[in-house]
Write a protein that binds this ligand. Sequence first.
Ligand SMILES: [Zn+2]
Length: 235
Amino acid sequence: VLCYHRVEDPPRGHDADTNFVTPARFAAHLAALGAAGFSGVTIRDVLAWQRGERTLPPKPIAITFDDAYESVRRHAIPLLDGAQWPCTIYVVTGELGGTNRWDSAAPPATLLDGAALRALADAGHDVGSHTQTHVRVRGLDRATALAELRTSREQLQAVLGAPVTSLAFPYGSHDARALDAVREAGYTGAVTLKRWWNGRGTNPLRLGRIGVGGPLSAAQLRAKLLKARLTPARG
Ligand SMILES: [Zn+2]
């Protein structure tokens, strides 16, 4: 599972910011993955495969985008659709059509609104929750964690008119109590930023992801995949 954020040219001084990948770089990543025989699946597909409900194509890769930036729709979705490569987008439900104001240090960016997310879901992409307020879930008491996760899931389901199955932990932040809250809020899976390869036996509430932003060449992406391939999941 790969984790991207913004797909756009970074502003001056942010060239090495791993929240950015340029459209050209993203196109190169997608071409390299296709040439290496990988094909696209969503997190919903991965979870169904883990439960034995479906098969996956050979060499499956799930591309995910955290925060649901407008630049993803503008620059990445056309390339993905052209390659028939579905993706998973994780939404901060309290900021639909808003901005990334949880991160005052980052260059401001517009986030997708409900209508845009629904169109993406209708086109076959998977849309999941990234909490309501982009909160760090680790260390939250049970009631607070549950309120964030449940409210976010219900809001997103109302927007999409479809079930929401997975969550991406903001900052990858989670603990054992958070996993219980995720389950109790009705999600069947969650993705972290643990850099491991996911198998059928991997805890579905703790799927690993590889961050691939910044000035990462296609060759470096392949090297990262190889390294992750050799990293078994824990817990
Ligand atoms: Zn995020």
